[in-house]
Write a new protein. Sequence first.
Length: 296
Amino acid sequence: MKNPFKRKKLAPIPEQAIEVISAPFIEAPKPQVAPQKSEPQKPDDGFLEWYRTPTRGGIERRERNDFFEEYNVYGTDREGALICRRYHRYPEHEREFDLSYSRALRFSEFNRRLLSELDRGGMKLGDYRECIEKAERLSGIESDSSFEILSENDTALLEAFCNAFDTMKGQTFLHSEGALSCECESIVGEEFLQIRFRKPLRHDAINEEIGGVTRKPIEGYDIENLWIMSVYNRLREKCAACKVSLLTYEWSAAKETVHLLIAAGFEGIGGTLMIAVGSPEDMSRFGFWSLDFSGK
């Protein structure tokens, strides 16, 4: 009986009978590249940028809390007007920065905005000086006074002055560009004070009205805080003359206060010194450069 599972041997196929079929070339898909971020759309008015602040983040309450980012740009347009532009974006909704507003400002308004940037840390004193000098030339403002900052020698003298307090302890110092901050603690009661030193600015906001802040000249003996009184007494021993003003933040139920001491003829330091003294909590309501509400 024949084996039914035995395969039949097939004859070989001639080579000329084999047809070679070539498949069409298919290009491999290219990897997706994320589109590069473009600059926000800018009005075509010949705007010349002088300074751009760092990008900040915040929360804006609408139907729900939206996180946003913003930065400000300062400069001038082709007409010579001083301009401030604000750009913002919502990372959850918008991928690029959009122009919020572009405003032409008077010189005093321009100065106040730059002082606010100094308060918030969005600008260095050197950048402020450069922008103000340009704005003065455009506005036709002539100023005989020069910009003064605390030198290394000034800073050393002021640190020695603070370290010599017999009513304070634990002095710690923070140096900014042209300014000095000392935080210390009272020897009794653990009351903290901040003492901030700087030179007057050419267009200082303390010479103008400040929204929400009242300024009342007082005598040294009218200082009610014992530890601030001790700072005043030591300062009076070191300088030729000292004036005191009480700054009160009226837009708060707590009525936070900061004492502003203006000292002339401090030993070893030329010119005038501005010294803001208050608790760290109260000081946060006032910017050191403009003595305005920080973050407004």
